[in-house]
Design a protein around this ligand. Structure first.
Ligand code: PHE
Length: 338
């Protein structure tokens, strides 16, 4: 019996198997217990002999089991340790990072450019008063130029701003007739346009405003020239064309020279050699006056541009809707800043 048990113990692969052997040989119904239970039936002579033998067998088996158990436990711990070791020399798993939206990157680039020229960044509400969006900008009720900017009205007196120019009016009003003012105002604007490759009912604008004594058209031109060259490259030329905005007089539109231009068939400038970039002008005396500035003492210039259009030209993006559908394959392409 003992030899048989020892053989089985030696063969046991794991702790569970070993426990089964223990139960089988030493348990309540096991052969050793049976022998001990049957002692009463034996003669007085045989009893001590048999008892000693049974105890010996039990002791031997127990000892074997304990030794084997210790060995198996040790093996199990070792196996576990081995499976849990960490190879510190393995390269780490890449961490997925977010990235800036291309529009935010363009806006920050433009902001930095103007901050470098002494401007500060100003903001205004997107739900704007009719007064600041139109009236304070020399666009009284019924003015035909209001139709140029189909608006989303909220109430009769409030609307989603159609441009960032109301921030001009607000900033001048806060300055209480005292210059200088030198701000740029980035933000969202809204127009009742049907969305297509070049139109979006919501888009961004960046407004610039300078008000001080002795501000002249040449200051505007110089500023825009620096901006265009820094933004699009030193080899770009600018051109100012007469235009009309109710809040500037005179008003201009600025073009930059086309770099891609392959002549008539050029898809960027349509063969004209020039690409329209922004609207600008000298702040209209009425606008200065309404905001509490004396137009005989102070003059100023303002400009407004669309960062989408600038990003589209700079990166060769052909559809404005890419900016707002947020396909990560699109928005992760421009992550050049870290
Ligand atoms: N607000 C004008 C627009 O939305 C742009 C502009 C701003 C023109 C400032 C002149 C001066 O089109």
């Amino acid at each position: 019996l003992q030899t048989e048990a020892v053989e089985k113990i030696n063969e046991a692969q794991d702790l569970k198997e070993l426990n089964n052997i223990r139960v089988a040989y030493l348990g309540k119904k096991g052969p050793v217990t049976e022998v001990l239970k049957g002692m009463g039936k034996l003669s007085a002579e045989e009893r001590p002999k048999m008892g000693a033998l049974a105890n010996e067998v039990r002791g031997a088996i127990t000892e074997k089991i304990e030794a084997k158990q210790e060995k198996l436990e040790k093996e199990a711990v070792e196996k576990k340790l081995q499976s849990e070791t960490i190879d510190v020399t393995l390269p780490g798993r890449p961490v997925r990072k977010g990235n800036h939206h291309p529009l935010i990157m363009i806006i920050e680039e433009i902001e930095d450019l103007f901050i470098g020229m002494g401007y500060t960044v100003a903001e205004g509400p997107e739900v704007e008063k009719d007064y600041y969006n139109f009236e304070a900008l020399n666009l009284p009720k019924g003015h035909p130029a209001r139709d140029m900017q189909d608006s989303f009205y909220i109430t009769e007196e409030t609307l989603l701003r159609t441009h960032t120019s109301p921030v001009q009016a607000r900033t001048m009003e806060l300055a209480k007739g005292k210059g200088p003012i030198k701000i740029i105002c980035p933000g969202k604007v809204y127009r009742r346009d049907t969305d297509d490759a070049t139109h979006s009912h919501q888009f961004m604008q960046i407004e610039g405003l300078v008000v001080d004594k002795d501000i002249r058209m040449s200051d505007l031109k110089g500023t825009l020239n620096v901006f265009a060259k820094k933004m699009f490259g030193e080899d770009r030329e600018i051109r100012l064309r007469p235009s009309f905005f109710p809040f500037t007089e005179p008003s201009v539109e600025m073009d930059i020279s086309c770099k891609i231009c392959g002549g008539e068939g050029c898809r960027v400038c349509k063969g004209t050699g020039w690409i329209e970039i922004l609207g600008a002008g000298m702040v209209h005396p009425n606008v200065l006056e309404m905001a509490g500035f004396d137009p005989k003492v102070y003059t100023g210039f303002a400009f407004g541009m669309g960062p989408e259009r600038i990003a589209m030209l700079k990166y060769g993006i052909d559809d404005i809707r890419h900016f707002y559908t947020n396909d990560t394959r699109f928005v992760t392409q421009f992550n050049v800043t870290e």
